[in-house]
Design a protein around this ligand. Structure first.
Ligand SMILES: O=C(O)CCC(=O)C(=O)O
Ligand SMILES: [Fe+2]
Length: 330
């Protein structure tokens, strides 16, 4: 794995103060980041009024890296308070930063929430949690969080994943691997473009895991008009149901993704924006502190209307009974 620097977009001071003022206004008015229709409406009108400078920083991912890091937001470590010990107890910890992230997410597209995840909040807290060390979820720590497409099981998954860093004293890296950097034979691409295996709901969706209907097989790769895209979550893909040829091609895709993987260790105030159709992300193992100073990320998921990065057949998938809620009406 390489530690090559991810493309960075440095926010200019005007954009930073525009964001800060908007955040302070909304936070003072609502006193919480718990999303009500009124708060979401205020987010939308505020984001719509942002200047071109900020908008430009939020333009789509424009390199084969499939990601960028927005830099320059300020986080006051003392004011942020202790890192919560789980999403369930996080409440309004770092609420102002939830609002900032929602504003940025709204400039980039339409933020989404899932009823079945983190109480339906639009901004998730990613913190290590006692008792969850070895899971394949954001709450784990001692295990490698293996590379995955976010919410790969679902046709309504985000186009963009945003990870905003509150705290990361131990420099724990997010990993990211772009399908556009892999080298695969045409034959492997053909094989992996066929809908052979389903992707089952991950451990963050307990209810969906009990869904009664047949899991639909989906392609791992898709040759979109703009180039190849992927939908990949090996930890939740029943590979034993495929034949040898498919399994080997799938294995080569995994090896190529490992080869091109980069490690991005976020600093407070940085926001990693990952194109969820191009890049699989994960996290290196680490030892949690559990003393209020642990790594703490804020996560937002964004749909970008009108993108053509996915097969149209996805529209017929049942999504295991889950549906995403969009922050803003179209
Ligand atoms: O903790 C990280 O760096 C990434 C965790 C993750 O997979 C996610 O938040 O979706
Ligand atoms: Fe993830």
């Amino acid at each position: 794995m390489s530690t090559a620097a991810a493309p960075a977009r440095q926010l200019d001071p005007d954009s930073v103060s525009e964001l800060r003022q908007a955040t302070e206004h909304i936070h003072a008015e609502f006193g919480t980041s718990a999303t009500t229709p009124a708060l979401l409406k205020r987010i939308a009108t505020t984001a719509n009024a942002f200047g071109d400078g900020l908008r430009h920083h939020c333009r789509p991912v424009d390199t084969d890296d499939g990601l960028f890091v927005l830099r320059g937001l300020d986080i006051d470590d003392a004011a942020a308070g202790p890192t919560p010990d789980s999403w369930a107890t996080a409440g309004d910890s770092g609420a102002a930063h939830d609002i900032t992230l929602l504003l940025l997410a709204t400039v980039m597209g339409n933020p989404i929430a899932w009823e079945g995840q983190q109480d339906g909040r639009f901004v998730h807290n990613i913190v290590p949690s006692p008792g969850h060390e070895t899971e394949q979820t954001g709450a784990s720590s001692t295990v490698l969080l293996s590379p995955h497409t976010e919410d790969a099981f679902h046709p309504g998954r985000a186009h963009l994943l945003m990870l905003g860093c509150m705290r990361n004293h131990d420099d724990i890296a997010t990993t990211a691997a772009s399908v556009r950097k892999t080298r695969l034979s045409e034959r492997d691409v053909r094989t992996l473009t066929r809908p052979v295996l389903p992707i089952l709901p991950d451990d963050a969706y307990a209810e969906a895991q009990g869904y009664a209907e047949e899991p639909p097989p989906v392609p791992a790769l898709f040759a979109s008009e703009d180039g190849i895209t992927l939908r990949f979550d090996p930890a939740y893909t029943p590979l034993d149901q495929a034949d040898d040829a498919y399994r080997s091609a799938y294995g080569r895709l995994g090896e190529e993704l490992a080869r091109v993987s980069v490690a991005v260790s976020l600093a407070p105030g940085e926001v990693l924006v990952v194109d969820n159709d191009l890049v699989v992300h994960g996290r290196v193992p680490f030892q949690a502190r559990y003393d209020g100073t642990d790594r703490w990320l804020k996560r937002a998921s964004v749909r970008v209307p009108g993108r053509r990065t996915r097969p149209l057949t996805e529209a017929h998938e049942h999504g295991y009974g889950q549906s995403a809620i969009e922050a803003h009406a179209r």
